[in-house]
Design a protein around this ligand. Structure first.
Ligand SMILES: C=CC1=C(C)c2cc3[nH]c(cc4nc(cc5[nH]c(cc1n2)c(C)c5CCC(=O)O)C(CCC(=O)O)=C4C)c(C)c3C=C
Ligand SMILES: [Fe+2]
Ligand SMILES: [Fe+2]
Length: 349
């Protein structure tokens, strides 16, 4: 309520709202060389992702990686591209997670008063739509409090911390900054473990074979990051243990591995590809792989696991291979996101 005449030109102040910002890694806009190069250049220039000395890395990145990798990886993205929407699966799924969360909020997930007072949007750390544009959209709706939900169950500086950096960077340019909360990693959240166990059980039940071994494959990071104190390794190990226990499996039949190695340095071990080759060599004929560290299917799950690693297995004598999809925007996947949002908005809603 105004206490007197407003100064002339006084901006309109909107009713206060709360914003929920879902953020994921990011993805190229298209599969052509220049789109791929733009995406990889932004991603691989991030000091949180590549911690090598800058001058040396600049030469390697610009002299070697950005000349060859965009073409090769563009072809891989081609194999998984969503042609209907002309975008990568990661973008399609993240948008759908945001849309479904928005619908759940409007239907009363956070109580009737919150139905119109909480807005949901999404943005990517690299590429489009940017988190900056999402923050601007939320602010334009009157959001002066924002809950950032990095969609990474396990914390890593290379993913969660850099997602926060990007949001803080956008906030630096704002006169009226929103208050910000960041949802913590959810690697051992019962809602997440339950959803994974249900998805794995249902995924296995739908197969026409019973796997001898199930692999839980997580994206890797250089081993050096663990030694410097990154909790990612331990959080992956805990997720894998909790999921194995929920499934009633042993460390022989349920294995933790790390995928997507990049460059020559040692990464977290055991490596997914080497484990799969070794299992095939040992005579394992039936294998299933789940990727619990990814909240949405993407190049690393669909192409690397479902394509490349399936091929290693068959080539080595394996007969039946199944990839269990990520939680994505399934009912189970949305239950996880909704549980996190509900809990982290306490006191605000
Ligand atoms: C080179 C260093 C990299 C680190 C460290 C890294 C960590 C990391 N990444 C994810 C999740 C995803 N990564 C994805 C693709 C991808 N990752 C790297 C490199 C590192 N990732 C590259 C270069 C790429 C692009 C593809 C390629 O050129 O190989 C994706 C998929 C994106 C998509 O569009 O589908 C995801 C998701 C996590 C969780 C993580 C560490 C914890
Ligand atoms: Fe990655
Ligand atoms: Fe550890």
């Amino acid at each position: 309520m105004a206490t007197g005449p407003l100064p002339s030109g006084h901006p309109i102040v909107k009713p206060r709202k709360i914003g929920v910002l879902l953020s994921n890694l990011g993805t190229p806009d298209a599969t052509d060389y220049w789109s791929m190069r733009r995406y990889l250049a932004e991603f691989l220039s991030d000091k949180r992702v590549i911690e090598a000395p800058r001058a040396l890395w600049w030469v390697i990145l610009n002299g070697i990686i950005l000349t060859t990798r965009p073409g090769r990886k563009g072809k891989d993205y081609e194999t998984i591209w969503n042609r209907e929407l002309n975008e990568s699966p990661l973008k399609t799924i993240t948008r759908s997670q945001s849309d479904k969360l928005g619908s759940a909020v409007r239907s009363g997930l956070l109580g009737p008063e919150a139905a119109d007072a909480v807005a949901v949007d999404w943005g990517m750390r690299y590429g489009n739509p940017s988190v900056r544009s999402a923050l601007e959209r939320l602010q334009a709706q009157g959001c002066d409090r924002i809950l950032l939900v990095p969609l990474y169950p396990q914390y890593a500086a290379a993913t969660t911390a850099t997602a926060c950096d990007k949001v803080f960077e956008a906030l630096m340019a704002m006169r009226w900054q929103p208050a910000l909360r960041v949802a913590p990693p959810y690697h051992d959240d019962p809602a997440y473990i339950d959803a994974l166990a249900v998805s794995l059980r249902e995924g296995l039940a739908a197969l026409d074979f019973e796997p001898e071994v199930v692999i839980a494959s997580f994206h890797g990071v250089p081993k050096d990051y663990l030694l410097k104190g990154d909790p990612y390794h331990c959080q992956c190990a805990k997720t894998a243990r909790l999921l194995r226990e929920a499934m009633g499996m042993t460390t022989d039949t349920f294995r933790l591995t790390f995928q997507s190695r990049f460059g020559r340095a040692e990464w977290l071990q055991p490596y997914t590809d080497e484990t799969i080759k070794a299992l095939a060599k040992r005579g394992v004929k039936r294998l299933a792989v789940i990727t619990p560290g990814f909240s949405a299917d993407c190049l690393e799950t669909i192409e690397e696991i479902g394509g490349e690693n399936a091929e290693y297995f068959h080539h080595g004598g394996g007969e039946k291979f199944a990839r269990i999809p990520c939680l994505n925007d399934s009912a189970g996947g949305m239950a996880v996101i909704e549980a996190i949002v509900k809990r982290e908005l306490m006191g605000w809603v």
